[in-house]
Design a protein around this ligand. Structure first.
Ligand code: TXA
Ligand code: MG
Length: 310
């Protein structure tokens, strides 16, 4: 059910869950001051309770009451990338954030999204927790129609059109004297080099004694369709081809095109839409052309496709 921003503000303030757009993906929002609504987010998504949520604020003044200490480089990162697709994991003051949000951790993830519509809402409601607005394990939602696909036509969603970025925020944490990336996202590691003086390492392995991104442990981004990645000898096994506008593929199969090889931003913005389209059309299997560059945002695209194929 499409709602207006003033409805979204009212619903959020009165303890309801609504879906709202951001520049990365749509979020399933609840007010940080409404724990029952936050609990409902976990139920609606089928999300494990030990997977913490990102807190979205409108500006740094909304962030201040929660943060215990700002790691070195925080101000430079915030100045360069907020509002924007960057989430920073920061040490938090005790007892200021409901433990359902943090999964009991002594840190929380924070982000200032880069969409005026969203910032207008957060200014009015105060901080919002927002996971991506998809059922757990499914591809994220990059349009209001995707949200309705997962949560039904009656679910309140503020329609902000298609998300400009189409991939989630990049998540960083400060550990052992450096910032590291614990979830790849819309901002590639190289984007941080000028600000930090180094490219943050991407931590993908899980080790018990290091802070990790709990969400990375779960199945993610997956359509029902089986994805066959890259191996050209297996094209014939698939019902459909997911590839690029500028390539030729066998004509006897349905083709779904992500965009052009020289427009990685376009490919990123289309990725979840195409993964969802496979299921909309009940396509049992798709061969995915993985022959693309490995720099910048392409790395995130490859990581999402790999996870989606699990
Ligand atoms: O672009 C985005 O970040 C979107 C939009 C809606 O803002 N949100 C999003 O939220 O992707 P979600 O819940 O789908 O993913 C958040 C990830 C999860 O993998 C979670 O485990 C991790 O952030 N996370 C949250 N708090 C954390 C913490 N304190 N330490 C480590 N990882 C954390
Ligand atoms: Mg998600």
């Amino acid at each position: 059910m499409k709602i207006q921003s003033e409805d979204a503000i009212h619903l959020l303030k009165t303890g309801n869950v609504v879906a709202i757009p951001t520049e990365t993906v749509y979020g399933l929002a609840a007010s940080l001051s409404q724990p029952p609504a936050i609990e409902q987010i976990f139920t609606l998504k089928g999300r494990p309770s030990h997977n913490p949520l990102i807190i979205h604020v409108a500006d740094e003044s909304q962030l201040k009451p929660f943060v215990k200490e700002y790691p070195p480089g925080f101000s430079q990162l915030a100045k360069a990338f907020w509002p924007g697709p960057m989430t920073l994991i920061l040490p938090i003051q005790p007892h200021v954030i409901p433990s359902i949000v943090t999964a009991g951790l002594s840190t929380a993830g924070f982000r200032i999204p880069n969409l005026d519509l969203t910032l207008h809402i957060i200014k009015a409601t105060g901080p919002l927790v927002m996971p991506s607005a998809n059922l757990s394990g499914r591809p994220s939602a990059t349009s209001a129609a995707h949200v309705e696909e997962d949560f039904g036509r009656d679910f309140p969603v503020l329609d902000g059109g298609s998300c400009q970025k189409g991939l989630e925020s990049t998540i960083l944490i400060f550990q052992d004297g450096v910032w590291v990336i614990i979830r790849q996202g819309s901002l590639p590691p190289i984007a941080f080099e000028e600000v930090l003086g180094y490219q943050p390492e991407v931590i993908t392995t899980v080790s018990a004694d290091k802070p990790i991104c709990p969400g990375q442990l779960y199945r993610h981004y997956a359509p029902k369709a089986q994805l066959i990645l890259g191996d050209r000898s297996r094209i014939h096994e698939a019902a459909c081809i997911v590839g690029f506008k500028d390539r030729l593929y066998p004509h006897d199969k349905r083709q779904m095109l992500l965009g052009s090889l020289d427009q990685p931003e376009e490919v990123a913005a289309n990725l979840y839409k195409i993964l969802r389209q496979l299921d909309q059309e009940n396509i049992p299997s798709a061969w995915v052309d993985m022959d693309f560059p490995s720099d910048g945002i392409w790395k995130t695209i490859a990581e999402r496709l790999t996870k989606a194929s699990d």
